[in-house]
Design a protein around this ligand. Sequence first.
Ligand SMILES: [Zn+2]
Ligand SMILES: [Zn+2]
Ligand SMILES: [Zn+2]
Length: 261
Amino acid sequence: MEPSRTFTFLGCGTSVGVPMLGCACPVCKSANPKNHRTRSSVLIRAPGGTILVDSTPEVRLQLVREDVRLVHAVLYTHYHVDHLFGLDDLRLFPMYLNAPLPVYCDAGTEGVIRTAFAYAFQESTADLPPGWLPKMEFRRIDETPFEVLGERVTPIPLRHGRFETLGFRVARVAYCTDVSGIPDRSWPLLEELDVLILGALRPGKPHPSHFSIEQAVEVFDRVRPRQGYITHTSHNVEYEAVSRSLPANVALAYDGLSFRF
Ligand SMILES: [Zn+2]
Ligand SMILES: [Zn+2]
Ligand SMILES: [Zn+2]
């Protein structure tokens, strides 16, 4: 069967992005575009529409770069600023759709959105026409599988330091960014994957909220997906050097990397 969906890395950088402000290290100054990482987010183009996972501070630039003209639904992994604060830039989509944008998130993320974007929840008026506010409709999710635009999505609970995040699995592809541990109940959700994407910050020194590259490789060894990708990486990751150190079925993601599934 022909794969019907496309998965695209809109961004694969850690929270400060790469190049990092104030840094002149060889990675931040690298001429290789694969060493330049906007904040982590992915896009799934499915037959039923386009699903955005997280809205980074660079979401506008990411969607323009990939020529994405319409987003039909947004999923949130968690509410950290690097995953959420581009939300206002999505406000044109409800206008194009002539309906509020469906936002799939857990209770904690909805609470932060309602506080941080309180202005979005006022009524449109003559001096506040549609398109000026990011009109949203919340679809509450927890650990139960749900459907978006005809796609069955399985949430994967993940540890992220003292926080919890959700990974998302669609068919045989799982996206697990911002992760420092996999709870017992989540391992069965990672079985029989073609592609597993894991967040990992850097080689070497472990971080309280993120896997190191080595810790991610241990997970790939246990899960054995056909292809593993590493995302959410810092300026400690030089694309060519770290790529050479990875097992044959694991690669670093880079902005714009796409595959069909
Ligand atoms: Zn993050
Ligand atoms: Zn740097
Ligand atoms: Zn985070």
